[in-house]
Design a protein around this ligand. Structure first.
Ligand SMILES: NC(=O)C1=CN([C@@H]2O[C@H](COP(=O)(O)OP(=O)(O)OC[C@H]3O[C@@H](n4cnc5c(N)ncnc54)[C@H](OP(=O)(O)O)[C@@H]3O)[C@@H](O)[C@H]2O)C=CC1
Ligand SMILES: N[C@@H](CC=O)C(=O)O
Length: 385
């Protein structure tokens, strides 16, 4: 006997598109089996900021839809895009991704697509579109965290999950945003904020549970590490920074990479998450690689050393945290000295395992787009298991 036992509209009441139908099959041998059908979940995505990272996410979605459905159990539809330079576009039924990913980088270019506009429309799209998840990848403001903090607040207050690669909201307003997400039973995910798509935040948060970590140090800026490497090979700072920009590693204002502010934000995010503290920007002493000359870097290499921009923090016995960002001259056999190009590496000093190092890409368009995909997967996993 085969019976349809009903349809479950599930999941915080936000997602009427998620319909799970199950059939109960009772055989002659008195065995009961359950077959699942119609269980594919679709998430509508709004992209806020459409520079390197969110364009990469659109490409990933476009190129991997079949794989996602088969392996991850959900499909993704981009329904809205809003960008300061390119304009905005809202198509509730889903935007055709071939055209979107080929969009020329020209002022107001989104206006050329059906329903497109020349201006950004962030607030309206975040609050009023049919998106389930907002992917926030606008520029990082290290002083105010805005407008990205507002983008996160608007999403979480209007029933939408948020994933972001923007360091501002995490370094400057993580507590209130996490509270808002929890109150509204929504996901707030941000793996790309430290080390791009390399899963260092989830690693520290989930895989080192049970061990005590009271110190970490590492290379957490891809641009600075890439620039140091090219200067060692004889390029000027200026040439090396230009290449980092072309490869999509650098911040909109690369002085954040070279001056150390980007690492400062990442140290705050890691320290607050690992030590359960509330570091602010003024708590982190910050010196960048702009204090080095090209000669310093080449001379060190000839002497068997490598300059690296190191971010570190220690939890002291009195509960205080010491945190700093500064260039350090490491001997060639130091574990962090081998990180080349935009590769980053962080060593966690744990009581039970000793030092544990996580290494992988620290910047890059596709690498960071992947971080957003990993956030969407985390949202899906947390809300369906
Ligand atoms: N690239 C990387 O490797 C990584 C980046 N990140 C973070 O991800 C975010 C995005 O990076 P990326 O894509 O490389 O940066 P880009 O500069 O390539 O893209 C950002 C885009 O957002 C637009 N934008 C800026 N402000 C707003 C706003 N208020 N509303 C709508 N759009 C806006 C920009 O327009 P306009 O040009 O006119 O300002 C630009 O088109 C940044 O916060 C960065 O720190 C994190 C990890 C790695
Ligand atoms: N500009 C940053 C991008 C990732 O956070 C870097 O180079 O690390």
């Amino acid at each position: 006997m085969l019976g349809d036992f009903g349809q479950y509209h599930h999941y915080f009441g936000h997602f009427s598109q998620y319909t799970l139908t199950f059939f109960l099959c009772d055989t002659n041998e008195n065995k009961t089996t359950i077959a699942w059908g119609n269980a594919m979940k679709n998430y509508n995505i709004a992209l806020i900021g459409f520079g390197g990272v969110n364009r990469a996410l659109a490409e990933i979605i476009h190129n991997n839809s079949g794989k996602m459905e088969q392996e991850l159990g959900f499909s993704l539809k981009v329904v809205a895009v809003s960008d300061m330079y390119l304009g905005s576009l809202y198509q509730p039924e889903g935007i055709e991704l071939e055209a979107l990913t080929q969009l020329p980088v020209e002022k107001g270019a989104l206006a050329a697509l059906p329903n497109g506009k020349e201006d950004a429309d962030n607030e309206n799209i975040i609050k009023n579109s049919n998106a389930d998840i907002v992917a926030e990848a606008t520029f990082t403001d290290a002083v105010t965290g805005e407008p990205a903090i507002s983008h996160c607040q608007w999403a979480l207050s209007s029933g939408k999950h948020i994933c972001t690669t923007n360091k501002g909201p995490l370094a400057l307003s993580a507590g209130p945003l996490k509270t808002l997400a929890a109150q509204n039973q929504l996901g707030f995910e941000y793996e790309g904020v430290v080390m791009s798509g390399t899963p260092v935040l989830r690693y520290a948060d989930q895989m080192l549970k049970g061990a005590t970590t009271n110190r970490f140090e590492g290379i957490v800026n891809g641009t600075a590490n890439f620039v140091l490497g090219l200067v060692e090979q004889g390029q000027s700072f200026e040439q090396a920074i230009k290449q980092a920009q072309e490869l999509g590693y650098a911040e909109a204002d690369p002085t954040a990479d070279i001056g150390g502010k980007d690492v400062m934000l990442k140290v705050i995010v890691l320290a607050n998450s690992l030590f359960g503290v509330h570091l602010a920007t003024q708590d982190v002493a910050c010196v960048g690689i702009d204090t080095l000359t090209e000669t310093d870097i080449i001379q060190a290499q000839q002497d068997g050393f490598h300059w690296k921009l190191i971010g570190k923090a220690s939890l002291l016995e009195n509960g205080q945290v010491e945190a700093q960002v500064a260039p350090e001259k490491l001997p060639s056999d130091h574990p962090l000295a081998g990180a080349q190009g935009a590769t980053n590496a962080v060593t966690f000093y744990t009581d039970m395992l000793g030092p544990v190092t996580v290494s992988g890409p620290g910047a890059g368009r596709i690498e960071t787009g992947y971080a957003l995909l990993s956030d969407i997967i985390a949202i899906h996993t947390k809300t369906h298991h």
